[in-house]
Structures are given as C-alpha cells and as structure tokens.
Design a protein around this ligand. Structure first.
Ligand code: G3P
Length: 315
C-alpha cells in the first residue's frame, strides 16, 4: 500500500513538473493581435542603423540597401547639431564612424552637438567601414556624408514599398524640446498629422516609431503626438536596477511596447508584457540560432544589423 502511494505521488509530481514547465515556456500568441491593433506587421523587421552589416551604419548607403531589401522599418539614432539640424548618428562623438581625427584633430572627443551642420558635412562617414571590413569594402562608401532626418524620410518613402522609420532619440538631456522639433519635421514632411505626400496607403501609426531609453521623452511624445507608436528601450543595466514587472508598470504609462537588449526575453516575460497589451522586440538579432528561438517564441519582431539574413530566414 505504502509503495503504491509512493508511486502515485511520484507520478503526480512528474505530471506537475511537466505541466508547470510547459505553462512557463509556452509561447504567448497575443503579440500578433497587439501589433495588428497598432497597424504593425508581425513579425516586424527593423534594420538597425540601416543594413549596417554590409554598409557603413547610419548612412544613405545603409538605409537605401535596407529599403531595397524590403524591411518594414529602418532604425536611425537621432542627434541635434549646434545650429539645430536633426541628424542621424549613433554615437555621441564622431570618432568611431568618421574621419574627425583628420579634419578636426582638437575636437575628436567633442559631442556631436558642438558641431554645426556645415562642419559635419566636411566629414567622411564611410571610409572607416572600408578600412575595418576590407572584404565588404565598396568605393561608393568613400566620403559618405551625414544625413538629416528629412533625407532619411525621403529615402524611406521612395522604396518600392513605403518603409517605416524608427527614430531612436539619443542623449535627450542635451536637447531640450527635441521632441517638438521632430514632430514639426514629421508634420512638414507629411509623415504625421496630415495626408501623406505619397499615394501609398499607410496610416500615421504604422509609419513612425519612437524608441527611447528615456521615460520622459516617451511621455512628451504621448502628450504631443499621441497617435505615434512609442517603444521603451531596455538594456541589461536597466533590468538589473528594476525588475521586469516594474518596467512593465512604467512602460504601460508611456509606451506601446518594449525593445530589449541582447536577449530574447523568456516566454513567461513575454506573456506578462502581452497581458498588458505591450509588444516586445529583441535587439540586436544577427544570428540564425537567435532567429530559431525567436520563431519558437513567436517573437513580435527582430531588430537586426542583418536584415538580409532575417528576411531569408522568415521566407
Ligand atoms: O533599436 C534599438 C537600438 O537603437 C538601441 O540600441 O545599441 O543602437 O543604442 P543601440
């Protein structure tokens, strides 16, 4: 009798472990619905700094390549020059991706916002790529210029299909009212608020996504341009300061989704986000094994330097 009871108990424990395990790792299916309500494709493919694995990041060449591949969005980091132009650049200074050392040797560590737009135009943002990646080098990359937000919108609009644009606002504490400046440009270029220039049918929500690590910036966009989709960026450091649930509380107040660094979030974390109607994009996804996991957990999107790989995988 005792043995029968023991065996029964072991079976119950095994069943509970399996069922509990499955419950934790089963993929949430709600992401697709959340994206649909926001007029976003599932999964959303976002080219991080353009097709930045095969062309110099954040340049016209990288964005044109990504648009031609047919990505859903190109992602661009945003700064403001000393004379108020909104330009595309990832880093806070110009050292890594330009020849600033040669042209302005005394200013190589200076913040990009200490340069005027005309000063930035004297720099070459492509040759570093040819030197660093001789196997991917292309003469066309020599002497590529910094681009403005207006030029980026033009590139996105003139692909075979209208490509969306993700704007990741960098160093916002250095740029008072940059949110207002961006909204003004989007309105002027008919990307927000009015009828679009192009005849291609997309509504406001699908065209521009605002990404930020800064909750205040997202709240400002919510106030000034509520129909633009907003995404809270999280990195490992932020996640070690506050837990996932606390970030979800904060994200719920100002954003429609999250983009999470390096890791494909655990399925149970995804489910928690989806239950609050927040989608989750992982960044940066450049490897096939990551895509396999992404497919298994039904990832809402992929932010990638290698859109060619992601598009091939998803096909
Ligand atoms: O798209 C997310 C991304 O822009 C944030 O990361 O590394 O490009 O600043 P990072």
């Amino acid at each position: 009798m005792k043995i029968t009871l023991m065996i029964l108990l072991i079976f119950v424990i095994i069943f509970m472990l399996f069922y509990g395990g499955y419950y934790l790792i089963r993929p949430s299916q709600k992401g697709e619905e959340i994206l649909k309500d926001l007029n976003l494709p599932h999964p959303t493919i976002i080219a991080h700094r353009g097709a930045s694995n095969i062309a110099p990041e954040s340049t016209e060449a990288a964005f044109i390549k990504a648009v031609e591949m047919g990505v859903d969005y190109v992602e661009a980091d945003i700064h403001r020059t000393k004379d108020g132009k909104i330009v595309v650049l990832h880093d806070s200074n110009l050292k890594r991706t330009s020849n600033v050392e040669e042209i302005y040797p005394d200013r190589q560590n200076n913040h990009v916002n200490t340069f005027t737009y005309n000063e930035l135009l004297k720099l070459d943002f492509g040759s570093w790529f040819n030197e660093k990646h001789p196997n991917k080098a292309d003469e066309e990359y020599n002497n590529l210029k910094i681009i403005t937000l207006e030029r980026l919108l033009e590139i996105a609009e003139h692909g075979k299909q209208s490509t969306g644009v993700v704007l990741d606002l960098k160093d916002v504490w250095k740029y008072p009212s940059i949110e207002k400046d961006i909204i003004e440009i989007l309105q002027r270029e008919k990307w927000y608020g009015k009828q679009r220039k192009s005849s291609k049918e997309l509504n406001d929500k699908g065209n521009i996504l605002i990404f930020s690590f800064n909750l205040k910036t997202l709240k400002t966009f919510k106030e000034l341009a509520p129909s633009i989709t907003r995404v809270l960026l999280l990195n490992q450091n932020m996640l070690s300061i506050r837990g996932w649930k606390r970030w979800l509380d904060l994200a719920e107040e100002c954003s429609h989704g999250l983009a999470v660094k390096e890791t494909l979030t655990w399925p149970w974390n995804l489910a928690l986000a989806h239950n609050r109607k927040l989608f989750v994009f992982p960044y940066v996804i450049n490897k096939t094994w990551q895509l396999r996991i992404g497919a298994h957990i039904n990832s809402s999107g992929y932010i990638t330097d290698r859109p060619e790989l992601v598009l091939r995988f998803l096909k």
